[in-house]
Design a protein around this ligand. Structure first.
Ligand code: SF4
Length: 292
């Protein structure tokens, strides 16, 4: 198959050889793999984008209760804060945090989200892509392109490492989501494939070693906060690369390093809720309160 890239290096070579963006190469790859037309594939992606958009808004519009009761109301609080106070991070970042944390509220209440790449990291990609899309009055088509660029990065990380917290820690889950989102945002903003891939490297390196330690084993806390940091990671990394600040370690080597670090994490720090903040006195007390 002509477009079946297996690494960041191969993806970049294809982009350069065919003078295509990452999202264009990714769409061609999907056509080859699925046998569907570009229109059919974009229609499926539009369905995902619609779910993402809805999930970013739901927690601001409705009162949502999470299953464990550890999170809820954060998207509303951030929105009220933005409207009534001086924002530390600025309005754009605040909106990205609202979208990311709100999507996690929807997830924790068993609502409909797009697990891209996982449910635990589901706020980061829409938090970045939908927020940037709205901020700059972009079309759905532009947001779809960003999601295809993000998909390419996710496919490479999944193939060569992991996006599962249980296997590689939170670095693999929210780190991968941020890497995907950063690449998508770079392409949305007119950056090059090289800048997009470097932004993905920045993201993974920024959270290298981050452990997976969900309190009470629920994907609520610290997961929601990690999605807030994840969307900030994505936007900051995109900004760096668009400004020409590239990463000195190639993306494929970064993915390999992340995977090795993940494998070296003890089981207590890989989604078992036996380490990290899950194993603190308060974390254990919360778990006892929820499960008795
Ligand atoms: S702490 Fe674990 S469960 Fe929570 S978001 Fe990170 S990887 Fe997922």
């Amino acid at each position: 198959m002509k477009y079946n890239f297996k690494s960041g290096k191969e993806l970049l070579e294809m982009c350069n050889e065919y003078n295509m963006s990452i999202h264009e190469v990714c769409l061609e790859r999907e056509v080859e793999l699925s046998g569907l037309s570009k229109e059919e594939i974009r229609s499926k992606m539009q369905h995902s984008l619609n779910i993402m958009k809805s999930a970013t808004e739901k927690a601001v519009e409705e009162d949502i209760k999470s299953v464990g009761g550890l999170i809820g109301g954060e998207a509303k609080k951030l929105t009220i804060f933005r409207n009534n106070s001086k924002s530390v991070c600025g309005p754009l970042m605040n909106k990205a945090l609202v979208a990311a944390m709100g999507t996690m509220e929807v997830n924790a209440s068993m609502g409909l989200i797009v697990a891209a790449p996982t449910a635990g990291s589901c706020g980061i990609l829409p938090g970045a892509v939908v927020t940037i899309g709205k901020e700059y009055d972009m079309t759905d088509e532009q947001m779809l392109d960003a999601l295809f660029a993000a998909s390419a990065i996710g496919a490479i990380i999944t193939r060569n490492a992991t996006v599962a917290g249980a296997e590689g820690g939170c670095q693999a889950e929210t780190g991968a989501a941020a890497a995907m989102a950063a690449a998508g945002v770079v392409e949305m903003m007119g950056g090059t494939p090289e800048q997009a891939i470097h932004a993905a490297s920045h993201c993974l390196q920024n959270v290298m070693g981050l452990v997976c330690d969900p309190i009470a084993g629920l994907v609520e806390a610290p997961c929601q906060g990690r999605n807030a940091i994840g969307v900030a990671n994505a936007l900051i990394s995109a900004e760096l690369c668009l400004a020409g600040i590239l990463n000195i370690i190639p993306f494929d080597e970064t993915v390999e390093a992340m995977y090795k670090v993940g494998k070296n994490l003890p089981p207590e720090l890989r989604e078992t809720a036996l380490g990290g903040v899950a194993a603190t006195c308060t974390g254990c007390a919360l778990s006892d309160k929820i499960f008795g």
